[in-house]
Design a protein around this ligand. Structure first.
Ligand code: H2U
Ligand code: ZN
Length: 347
């Protein structure tokens, strides 16, 4: 007798619609109810001002510049930028040794002067000016003639290689569209050409109906564990209105984005009662020429933690040689995140 396929029982693969790549899901390996320990890693409480921090107001940076005594959001050019903006001739290149010059700019954005805060612990009203600054940076950097992509991202926590707990993110603006958004751009354009509608608008419609992978939402945004998530608690933040970038968001939508970011990051911290490490970032339409109407602005959160404050997922073995794989299903992860409080745990 051939068994009936059951997605909560049998191994299967799911297609990431944004990249066209597959992920293997092994639900039978988590058959028992949630077994995770929630031991928290001891994290020292931080002071609001750290005289040793190169991002705190008034302090000298490693690069030699001194920060102003800023009171809100503070942006500066990265002193150790990964990309240079010098005008040069094209790189030597041939069929097998292909290269192109890649000009760009890197900036650092401090969310607040308060060294001890995180997005989860900031007031929604204080996250709003950060969003306004992100939108401004997208417009400003994107308007440079040699910039085609503006990548805003936050690395949070030592586990993700963040060099400093002071709440901040980075912006890398590049001459070409990098690998991940390039795949997403192609997939969305292809879907739009074939269906006449937006891939992510359609996907969000299905998720809002099903509810099984939704974590939290408000009038304008929803946070969900995507059907094709790789990381155990990976999420996607999607706008309910089709926009290509943050700079197209109206006042109410910017407040809504601040609200959903605070609520989602609070749930993350509450999951293992630890400041949740992650890499997060926004994918926005390319800023060079061309028609990018099919691109739906969104945010990805990629947190490495699996079972506790210290047990993380590694992408190794089959995953780097074959395809990524997960045990905990996206539905189980979303249910776990959904049942948590949106009031931050007190450390
Ligand atoms: P991360 O925590 O994500 O590494 O970001 C910190 C950035 O700050 C990093 O890119 C820059 C580093 O180059 N930086 C400066 O621009 N000036 C300094 O004095 C120290 C660090
Ligand atoms: Zn600081």
């Amino acid at each position: 007798m051939i068994e009936q396929f059951d997605p909560t029982e049998h191994s299967h693969r799911r297609l990431n619609q944004l990249t066209g790549e597959w992920v293997i899901v092994s639900p039978h390996r988590t058959k028992r109810p949630w077994q995770g320990q929630t031991e928290s890693a001891s994290v020292p409480a931080l002071a609001s001002y750290d005289p040793e921090c190169y991002l705190c107001p008034g302090n000298e940076r490693v690069g030699g510049h001194r920060n102003p005594s800023y009171e809100g959001v503070f942006v500066f050019d990265n002193d150790f930028a990964a990309l240079t903006s010098d005008e040069t001739t094209e790189a030597d290149s041939n069929e097998l040794l292909a290269a192109h010059r890649e000009r760009g700019l890197s900036r650092v954005v401090c969310f607040t002067p308060d060294h001890s805060l995180t997005l989860a612990r900031m007031e929604t009203s204080a996250i709003r000016p950060v969003i306004d600054e992100w939108a401004r940076q997208y417009d400003e950097l994107g308007s440079l003639p040699y910039i085609d992509h503006v990548q805003i991202f936050e690395n949070r926590g030592e586990m993700m290689g963040a060099s400093n707990p002071h709440p901040h993110c980075q912006i890398w603006a590049t001459e070409s569209v990098p690998n991940e958004p390039a795949k997403e751009l192609a997939r969305q354009a292809e879907y739009h050409a074939g269906n006449g509608t937006c891939l992510l608008c359609g996907y969000l419609g299905l998720e809002l109906e099903d509810r099984g992978r939704i974590v939290c939402e408000n009038d304008d945004f929803a946070a969900l564990v995507p059907f094709w998530a790789i990381y155990p608690f990976e999420t996607l933040v999607l706008g309910k209105r089709h926009t290509g970038s943050m700079s197209e968001l109206n006042d109410a939508e910017r407040d809504s984005l601040a609200d959903v970011l605070r609520r989602l990051t609070t749930r993350y911290d509450n999951l293992f009662e630890t400041p949740f490490p992650y890499s997060m970032g926004f994918h926005q339409a390319p800023t060079g020429g061309g028609d990018h109407q099919s691109f739906h602005f969104h945010a990805h959160f990629y947190p490495p933690l699996l079972r506790s404050a210290t047990v993380r997922k590694f992408l190794v073995g089959f995953e780097i040689l074959g395809s990524p794989q997960r045990d905990l299903t996206p539905e189980q992860a979303a249910a776990r995140l959904r049942e948590l409080s949106e009031v931050h745990y007190s450390a």
